[in-house]
Design a protein around this ligand. Sequence first.
Ligand code: APR
Ligand code: PHB
Length: 394
Amino acid sequence: MKTQVAIIGAGPSGLLLGQLLHNAGISNVILERQTPDYVLGRIRAGVLEQGMVELLRKAGVHQRMDREGLVHTGVELAVRGRRVHIDLHGLTGGKTVMIYGQTEVTRDLMQAREAAGALTVYGAANVEPQGMKSDAPWLTYEKDGELQRLDCDYIAGCDGFHGIARQAIPAEVLQTFERVYPFGWLGILADTPPVNEELVYASHERGFALCSMRSATRTRYYVQVDADEKVENWSDQRFWDELKSRLPADLAERMVTGPSIEKSIAPLRSFVVEPMQYGRMFLVGDAAHIVPPTGAKGLNLAASDVSTLFDILLKVYREGRTDLLEQYSPICLRRVWKAERFSWWMTSMLHRFPDADPFSQRIQQTELDYFVDSQAGRQTIAENYVGLPYEKVQ
Ligand code: APR
Ligand code: PHB
């Protein structure tokens, strides 16, 4: 089999890149290890920056998002019981975010790909990128026990943090940067009305908590837990009690509780690999970088990588601009590092660190007080939260 762009991974990165390329008449095939149901079964992020919303519109997969997504013009921080409103719209010259789950984005992209008749090979085992440094790279994989080969011009490694693409690059070529945090997030999904119209990020001496949502009838709430905590130790009742204990009294009082539909613990990690290119293979999204979820940046960074790679490939195929291929990694990394910094900073400012000495605790409290009490501080949070601009490819 032969295609122009071979994509590894049918998560949001791979599907969005595939859709943009397909619409532009550039052929592509996606190889995905799992089944569609497995991919859709993962509960992930839910806040889309305006840049990502516009990219989904450009890809033509916006109809349901525009109908069902919730536009949020602000976000709240709860600081030791005090509620502070961050006016995203007012502080950024009119920008907003869209609340629409990653699962729904993925579902819409899968349907659009099916309707377009573009090929996704699900259940592709032992995918291996080959010849990345040559002019004619290819992938080998196994499907139903048979070895297959996919020839291509370029490979997009959209296969997430545990994928093969990054691992297929010789270790001496890559530099990795990493931080693991001494806590995780215990999250639940429940069919209950959101406690507040806007998301609430709460800093509390018992630990961080976040009140998010998927719709007017479905909530996604999180509490900070120890890194080695087990989900079996958390009954629904214990979760609700702990969440309420970390929120301002008025929010805790009006919290509607209910049975959880999903409950899981996610570790928090910052990770970046440089460069994001090896010959004719490009790393996209979680394959190249991970952020802790506190800034809601993971999915949005995947989208900006996709946008950059798509713009470059379009110019390569339409105008012969192969000189731009070397620009992919530097353009992406400039934005990636800014989002890494924001995610690390929000995480550092809002969580309880088990080993923090009294001086560090006071500095942490003061930093948060300073930022929420100052217009400049709130503006800094807002500017980053709605998403920094995409760099133009030229
Ligand atoms: N071969 C084929 N497919 C693979 C392989 C492999 N060796 N390894 C992983 N995959 C698939 C996974 O099954 C998954 O469907 O690649 C896909 C990667 O998807 P994600 O992990 O969702 O990564 P990405 O598409 O970059 O999405 C952006 O940002 O912060 C996060 O929550 C956010 O998951 C989202 C991500
Ligand atoms: C979510 O809704 O899952 C969510 C929202 C905001 C975050 C992280 C996760 O910062």
